[in-house]
Design a protein around this ligand. Structure first.
Ligand code: HAM
Length: 415
């Protein structure tokens, strides 16, 4: 877990504003749910034989001995919340959420124990159009953010029936290669054989590559669902690779699954991932409701934007007020306040104790101020204020009346 210091907070804010603006454009609505849930929710929704449930949750007992966990992801909580609030009873829902998630993983670059996701969950649309919209939206987002070199990997896990047939074929296949499987793979062979397909152990890769493919066990309806998704992406010029080993680490998925991956962040390069989970709402006690969604890792996106210098920091301060102690702090504060009223949204900073002009100008530079106002005894005697344009030394310093100074700043700041 880590702190976000002020020099980086602007990247988080700009990113969050860009994503939430885009979600608004597509008609998605925000939902907020607690950081804590009953542990049983995650066990039943995410699956007992998953890394998250087996070894990554922050779980403890509350004062009455009820087992609760910090949320490791948002899909399970969203499903609980829409059911408890009757949101999916008779109408589709397009929802998003944002905030911290917690997983007790081995921390490394791009993998934190507290990390932030912006997630989207869509309920009530069984067709591939909903999955397509999610992918078009994320594709547009990368373009808006200036992130290139992200590739889309797609796969289909078929319906529950297809997966059941495929599961037994996979178990039989891997049983013939027990000598190659590591301990984790052997442990999962009977409980969650699909996960063996995305095992990272290099010694198992040849056997994994030669494993039977889900494609041969898909029903016609599942094939059609996937083909229609691919056709929409083709029509909208969104490139993708089909990766038959993409199975996802959480158990609730069926049909289309996907990951947006960059090679520029090392091993933890998945920026956004998700897929369809048509059975989960019913499993959690609701009536059958198709669902699909994704979550993007905000920490990883921030890291990419910072490492690749994709954005330049904004000027933090519009105006820095430099003042002489003979003028008196009361008057300086009154002028700064007046300026904040006269130019809505302007950022005005002033030194809160008397200091030399030299040190105040240094502070103004450090704050990235676009303009400094100089309030010295001479200026005050003439009821004038000196205005200096900080980022263009060729513009001469000028003395203006208060109202001319306001007009000047208004015009400059709107450019
Ligand atoms: P997930 O693949 O577990 O899916 O996580 C989604 C994204 O969250 C990852 O691709 C990654 O960017 C980020 N992420 C996950 N764990 C960490 C970590 N320890 N540190 C930093 N970033 C991390 C889900 O969570 C599903 N709930 C997504 C979903 C929504 N599927 C359908 N709807």
């Amino acid at each position: 877990m880590y702190d976000v210091t002020p020099d980086l907070v602007w990247v988080w804010q700009k990113l969050e504003a860009a994503v939430t603006g885009l979600l608004h454009q597509y008609g998605y609505q925000e939902i907020r749910f607690p950081l804590l849930e009953k542990t049983a929710l995650f066990h039943s929704a995410i699956g007992e034989v998953t890394d998250v449930v087996e070894k990554e949750m922050f779980t403890f007992s509350d004062r009455k001995g009820v087992s609760i966990s910090l949320r490791p992801e948002g899909t399970a909580s969203t499903v609980r919340a829409v059911l408890e609030n009757g949101l999916v009873y008779n109408e589709p829902q397009k929802l998003w959420y944002s905030g911290p998630m917690f997983r007790y993983e081995k921390p490394q670059k791009g993998r934190n124990r507290q990390f932030s996701q912006i997630g989207v969950e869509v309920f009530g649309y069984p067709g591939p159009e909903a999955d397509a919209e999610l992918l078009l939206m994320t594709h547009r987002l990368w373009q808006q953010l200036g992130i290139d070199n992200v590739r889309l990997e797609l796969n289909t896990l078929g319906s529950a029936d297809c997966r059941a047939a495929y599961r037994s074929v996979l178990i039989k296949y891997f049983e013939q290669h027990l000598d190659v499987l590591d301990e984790e793979a052997k442990n999962r062979l009977h409980s969650n054989p699909l996960r063996l397909l995305d095992a990272k152990n290099p010694a198992m890769q040849t056997v994994i590559k030669a494993a039977p493919s889900i494609t041969d066990y898909l029903s016609d309806a599942s094939k059609e669902h996937f083909a229609r998704l691919c056709a929409i992406l083709d029509a909208c010029d969104v490139p993708y690779d089909i990766n038959q080993q993409l199975v996802r680490g959480l158990d609730y998925y069926s049909h289309n699954v996907f990951e947006w991956i960059t090679d520029e962040l090392g091993a933890q390069g998945t920026l956004c991932a998700g897929g369809r989970y048509d059975a989960l709402v019913e499993m959690q006690g609701g009536k059958p409701t198709a669902a699909t969604g994704f979550a993007m890792g905000v920490d990883r996106l921030v890291e990419l934007i910072v490492e690749k210098n994709i954005w330049q920091p904004p000027a933090q301060t519009d105006v820095y007020v430099v003042w002489d102690k003979q003028v008196g702090v009361d008057q300086v504060m009154a002028i700064s306040e007046q300026l904040r009223s006269d130019i809505p949204g302007v950022s005005v900073m002033m030194h809160l104790t008397a200091a030399s002009f030299k040190s105040q100008f240094k502070k103004a530079d450090k704050a990235g101020a676009r303009f400094t106002l100089i309030l010295g005894p001479d200026e005050m005697a003439q009821q004038q204020i000196s205005v200096k344009t900080m980022q263009d030394r060729n513009v001469p310093q000028q003395q203006l009346s208060y109202s001319d100074m306001v007009s000047f700043l208004k015009q400059q700041l709107s450019e």
